[in-house]
Design a protein. Structure first.
Length: 403
């Protein structure tokens, strides 16, 4: 994720939007605009079951109001919003806007969206599949097993102790900073890594800052190495492994995955998918690793990878997360007095795949806001989408104290 996803995200993407929303409601604007009317998603030959919002328990008025807030630029530069409820695609809306290069597009369901760091979570699924296939013995494997060419580095006792689970949970203990400086600044470790001929040696040669497995430090270099672990274990580059064992079983036929000039697959942020296919990734995870009755990745891996490995106390408060699993973010939102827990893939610019197990819902957002507005999808969920899925219940009777 980008260093510029800062505390201003909370101040601007929440409070400013709330103030605008209130003003619109007072003026009656929210009731009059219908720039983007709701249309039931089109049934295609891509494996999705389709249902109108009324059939899956979503309040159409709130979702319509969300569309209008995007259309009138209250929420800025959003490219798509998709909702899956009870296994059925019920909302699929696209909006025009600018991409990461500043070029204007009319985004459609066929547009490949850059997922940026949401790629990391997809690669976590690949690690799980490799474990299921017994290509990797498990998360307690020492990382040195996969990289014998760096045996000189692993003579360091602490580096030799780094396990696969430490890399998956970003607790490898290596010194790394990619949040203080922008990615264009050579002081950013991710930028410095990209300038090296040997990415992995740069990552592994970072000084040991803490004992492996003890402290979370966001490290995209580790995520790049995890893609190489897939290659070392299977003999297939991560993109080819995904094609055979993830994308093809999901019916994902159009995708791209960037590579460095030296052939290393960019598993830290180079995957591009269509939003309907991003939703498939989300539903696969929500559904315990199954798609259309076929087990693609084990339910055990889904549970392990979305279980808290790092507590909220180790995460920056501005990141609006409650914990971290194996390349998945854990979070919660409060709606109608209830806590709604989630796990999510998150990418620079506002790419989100968010799963809500108790609501049996997947939400997908794409856009490009490489600034304080990157967190707009969280505000959309809080203000519109979760309330649309959770009709407010009457207040429960208060308990009487008995003496």
């Amino acid at each position: 994720m980008n260093a510029r996803f800062t505390r201003r995200c909370v101040l601007i993407s929440v409070f400013a939007i709330i103030n605008f929303h209130v003003g619109c409601m007072k003026s009656g604007l929210a009731n009059n605009l219908r720039t983007y009317p709701y249309v039931v998603p089109e049934r295609l030959n891509d494996g999705w079951e389709i249902a109108p919002m009324s059939k899956v328990g979503l309040d159409a008025n709130l979702i319509q109001e969300l569309f209008e807030r995007i259309a009138d630029n209250s929420y800025k530069n959003i490219h798509s919003v998709l909702l899956v409820r009870n296994g059925k695609l019920a909302v699929e809306k696209y909006f025009p806007g600018q991409d990461s290069k500043g070029q204007y597009h009319t985004f459609t369901r066929e547009t490949l969206q850059e997922m940026h760091s949401a790629t990391k979570s997809v690669n976590s699924i690949l690690i799980g599949i490799a474990i299921d296939q017994h290509l990797i013995r498990g998360v307690d494997e020492k990382i040195s097993i996969f990289f014998p060419e760096y045996s000189d580095i692993f003579t360091n006792r602490e580096k030799g102790a780094i396990r696969l689970k430490d890399m998956l949970s970003m607790t490898a203990g290596l010194s790394w900073d990619e949040w203080t400086y922008p990615y264009t600044d050579p002081r950013n470790d991710a930028a410095m890594m990209a300038s090296k001929a040997d990415f992995f040696r740069y990552v592994l040669e970072r000084p040991v800052a803490t004992a492996p497995g003890t402290k979370f430090v966001y490290n995209s270099g580790i995520s790049l190495m995890l893609g190489e672990v897939v290659y070392k274990a299977s003999g297939l580059k991560a993109d080819n492994f995904a094609e055979h064992y993830l994308f093809s079983p999901l019916g994902i036929t159009n995708h791209s995955w960037g590579k460095a000039p030296n052939g290393v697959v960019n598993t830290l942020g180079g995957l591009a998918l269509r939003p309907r296919d991003m939703a498939k990734i989300g539903y696969l995870v929500l559904n315990g690793g199954r798609w259309q009755g076929k087990q693609i990745v084990s339910e055990k891996w889904i549970k392990d990878s979305t279980r808290q490995q790092v507590g909220a106390g180790q995460l920056p408060t501005w990141f609006l997360a409650d914990g971290y699993g194996y390349q998945w973010w854990l979070g919660s939102l409060h709606v109608h007095g209830q806590v709604v827990e989630s796990y999510s893939a998150r990418g620079r610019g506002g790419q989100f795949i968010i799963m809500f197990p108790t609501l049996q819902m997947v939400a997908v957002f794409t856009g490009w806001n490489d600034n304080e507005l990157m967190g707009q999808p969280l505000d959309m969920l809080q203000r519109y989408i979760l309330p649309a899925a959770m009709p407010q219940l009457p207040d429960a009777p208060k308990r009487q104290n008995k003496s």
